[in-house]
Design a protein. Sequence first.
Length: 506
Amino acid sequence: MPAPSKIAMGVAATVGTLVSAGPCDIYAAGGTPCVAAHSTTRALYDRYTGSLYQLKRGSDDQRRDIFPLTAGGVADAASQDKFCAGTTCLITVIYDQSGRSNDLTQAPPGGAAHGPEIDGYDYLASAVGAPVTLNGQKAYGVFSSPFTGYRNDRPNGTAINDESEGMYAVFDGTHFNTACCFDYGNAEIHNDDPGNAHMEAIYFGTGDGSGRGSGAGSGPWIMADLENGLFPSEDHIHNPNLPTMNSRFVTAVVKGEHNHWAIRGGNGQQGPLNTLFDGVRPDGPNGEYFKMKKEGAIILGIGGDNSNGAQGTFYEGVMTSGYPTDDTENKVQANIVAAKYAPANLNSGPGLQIGSSVSLRVTTPGYSDRYIVHDSDTVDTQVVNSNSDYGLKQRASFHVRQGLGNGGCYSFESVDSPGQFVRHSNYKLVLNQNDNSKIFHEDATFCSQAGLNGQGNSIRSWSYPTRYWRHFGGIGYIASNGGPHDFDNKGFFNDDVSFVVSTGFA
Ligand SMILES: *[C@@H]1O[C@H](CO)[C@@H](O)[C@H](O)[C@H]1NC(C)=O
């Protein structure tokens, strides 16, 4: 077929599919094409059929790519569920759909922090921490716990120096904290902080703990991480007009060109994208931000120097070449709304009855007469049976409550010490009084799934979903399947994290 007809066909097809076009088709039509496009939930181009992300499972370290179900469609979550059945899975790669190989992989150590994994790398995210549906079809986002991060330090085609760019990301507006920095976007290629203006990334959360960077209400806010500051406007400190963005799904936009940048945001499930800030660079024409020194690396879940204390959830996001128009972004927002993101059940497997008293019996061979108990504030295992004294029976019994940090999961309140809940603290399970802080609520929230060894339930930390209740040396931990701590040991992992849940002793 002669070339001209091919071109004609291409144009016709583009026009014909404009309504269902993916975000990157919309950016391309607007003259600001995606140069990086990341999503574990769906294809971001109408015709994309390639890999979305890569999994590594705990049982044998095998890897598996997950594809969209159809061209331009939702991720094949069933294929993940099958691959990960009876074991744990991590997200090892979030592929770039733009054709530029700007994949995101495990973030290396940086100037601000070394991660907890081998050679100072950050944690990888669990593959099951952020289940959602898109148009009713199941998919998984990237649930980034503290010390989790992804990065690409060999970017291809992202903006450098004062070049123009646009970015958007869809986040979970209920998962954030005050720690530096849950970012997505443009950062330094050497994982260091060489000075102001070396970054331009979307930040989501309640500031970096420095007291700088805030908006109206109590947050979270969409801000720009421009290096050495989270900027709610050209002012470093505070923008009273920057609204709290706490809808379940948040569309966040940051874009920048010479001495001009903007923050935009909206509800990822409905309504328009609003301009939250649109103005000049901070510090004026003599300031360091006047001519940006962007380096073009790509980060997710961390700051540019690998500041890795933040948490958040990422579903999809892109970086463009050129400064997108508001109109283009408004169409992208309409596309996100049309994708019909909705929360999915965080629990699976045998359900737990809210309000009931339960006991949790160990299933590891040779230890199956032991139960989870608390000794004062320590959570450990002990032999418990019908002949045990009443005090021990009480200490081996917990009331199932709706999750304090996420109502879709559970919390476990002591039967003999009401008001005290099982929570994790420095990776240990402990029993503490509920002080009603955000961190307590999150540390005391656990999601349940079918026991990894086929018996009972495995109880996953909501805030660190790679980590499960585990008995190890008689003590209770939240443990990952192969990780930096001795209690993360892979030996007997599935048995050690599976508990038969029965009616409580008391
Ligand atoms: C950079 O992106 C272009 C597409 O624009 C692609 O052809 C090229 O292979 C990419 N380079 C690398 C190293 O992946």
